[in-house]
Design a protein. Structure first.
Length: 127
């Protein structure tokens, strides 16, 4: 049986549903989707797509750190956008936050996200 641990940090928004911020199973950490919530207020950050995407990446980084890793340890990302026209901006922001070798990634357009968010990202990290 794989040893599992729940990962939680106050440096990222608290879960707003029946899930954990992340679950560590052996050396693999499964990160729940993050939206652009400010962990201090629990509110979506203002400023549109780029502001939300930066907050999402900061939230993911905080959860990665709580699990003992960093964004550099990500091996897979799934990105959900409410507007695929933001794809180029997304690529630019990810290039600023991640370093080669980049994780595998999927990007999908969705109709809606929780709390009216414009972007959500989840990931898998290997320590």
């Amino acid at each position: 049986m794989v040893n599992k641990a729940i990962i939680h940090t106050t440096a990222a928004p608290a879960a707003i549903g029946t899930y954990s911020q992340a679950v560590k199973a052996g050396d693999v950490v499964y990160l729940s989707g993050q939206i652009g919530l400010d962990p201090a207020t629990g509110e979506l950050v203002e400023g549109g797509f780029e502001a939300q995407a930066r907050r999402v990446l900061a939230n993911l980084a905080a959860v990665c750190e709580a699990a003992g890793g960093s964004l550099r340890d990500l091996v897979k990302l799934t990105v959900y956008l409410t507007d695929l026209d933001q794809f180029e901006a997304l690529n630019r922001l990810l290039a600023e936050s991640l370093a080669p070798p980049f994780p595998a990634r999927a990007v999908v357009e969705v109709r809606r996200l929780p709390r009216g968010a414009l972007v959500e990202i989840d990931g898998v990290m290997v320590l």
